[in-house]
Design a protein around this ligand. Structure first.
Ligand code: ATP
Length: 355
């Protein structure tokens, strides 16, 4: 059952459009990430769901209620922000208790509710400390605890891990996933970090330029990006995107760009020839074999593999990933080819659709 629904939602700030024609239907209990580059409209989307901004047109519902005109306090949601926004003068216990106090929950009932959340988040030994006596990760857990204590229907999280160092982020990612599994609540998570979105989400809503570009499980977004933007945005290192021409030769399609010529397909039924873009993941660029000579420009050693940038005739640069055992040097000429059966084809333009 859909739990959170955006129906043709637009948001304008004066003349500026921040979100355009958003249709999104999130299932009950789902973990959904809103992922996209800075300024794409993801925070505005979350804030509209929270009731901190109101849509200019369209409809937002939570459960079976249209919430367009409901203030945040009436939406049965809890929000966790990037800045933990803890009260510095209050103990951990008082911080967690705050939403209960605000809602007039009797003191006698607060104790067990706080104890349950503290236990769940391993905060029990820290309840009497002040926020400044806690590490970043512990502070983040207190912020989560404050959201959890009311047991809301939907959790909204706005880049909650972005103030943590890389190692702690990894730990908190796993903790959040576990928490989500245990609570079974709907969670909507805003991030520009694709690793977070890929590892935590049931589905990812990729946004760009005010619009939803694709809404699908992580593996699908990776394997079948809906358009050129998603293809280039998801994956590290990025997919190689090569502009060129598509033409039909007999019963197959050929993609050509300079000295590259790759058979592609099958393509969608209404594919047409002309300008197009070929997408090749670094793991599908075969380096060290094939018909095309390429000059090594850069070798990055990550430990378990090498990321290699090569340039072919005409100045086109491409990135490949190879085993750490390869030891090509900058300036060396090697052979390469493109694994054509793994290549993607997109229509021309920044958000050209998958063909
Ligand atoms: P970031 O990752 O940088 O937070 P975002 O994808 O969350 O980016 P939003 O915060 O949703 O982006 O903003 C989308 C666009 O709307 C931006 O261009 C932003 O400048 C604009 N915007 C957001 N809030 C307002 C506001 N209150 N008034 C005017 N413009 C705004």
């Amino acid at each position: 059952m859909a739990d959170v629904v955006f129906k043709n939602v637009h948001k304008k700030f004066g003349d500026f459009i921040a979100v355009e024609g958003l249709d999104l239907s999130i299932e009950e209990g789902e973990f959904v990430s809103l992922l996209g580059p800075s300024g794409c409209g993801k925070t505005t989307t979350l804030r509209m769901l929270a009731g901190l901004e109101f849509p200019s047109s369209g409809e937002i519902s939570i459960g079976d209620r249209v919430v367009n005109d409901l203030p945040p306090g009436k939406r049965d949601i809890a929000m966790v922000f990037q800045s933990y926004a803890l009260y510095p003068h209050m103990s951990v216990e008082k911080n967690i208790a705050y939403p209960l106090k605000k809602r007039g929950v009797p003191r006698s009932e607060q104790g067990p509710m706080i104890a349950r959340v503290a236990e769940m988040l391993q905060l029990t030994p820290l309840l009497s400390r002040k926020p400044r006596q806690l590490s970043g990760g512990q502070q983040q857990r207190v912020a989560l605890g404050r959201a959890l204590v009311r047991d809301p229907k939907v959790f909204l999280l706005d880049e909650p891990l972005s103030n943590l160092d890389a190692k702690l982020r990894g730990i908190m990612r796993a903790e959040l996933v576990e928490l989500h599994q245990r609570l079974g609540r709907t969670m909507v998570y805003v991030t520009h970090d694709q690793l977070e979105a890929m590892t935590m989400s049931d589905r990812i809503a990729v946004m760009y330029d005010k619009k939803l570009q694709q809404f699908a499980p992580p593996q699908e977004v990776y394997r079948e990006p809906a358009n050129r933007f998603v293809a280039g945005f998801i994956g590290m290192p990025s997919m190689n995107l090569i502009d060129g021409d598509l033409s039909q030769e007999g019963d197959r399609w050929m993609f050509r760009s300079g000295s590259i010529s790759v058979p592609v397909g099958p393509l969608v039924a209404d594919a047409r020839g002309g300008e197009a873009c070929l997408g090749v993941r670094p793991e599908n660029l075969l380096l060290g074999e094939g018909p095309t000579p390429a000059v090594v420009q850069l070798v990055e050693r990550t430990g378990h593999e090498n990321i290699v940038v090569v340039e072919i005739e005409g100045g086109l640069r491409m990135t490949g990933r190879v085993p750490a055992s390869t030891d090509w040097k900058t300036g060396e000429t090697i052979q390469m080819s493109i694994q054509s059966e793994a290549a993607h084809v997109f229509a021309a333009g920044p958000t050209g659709r998958r063909l």
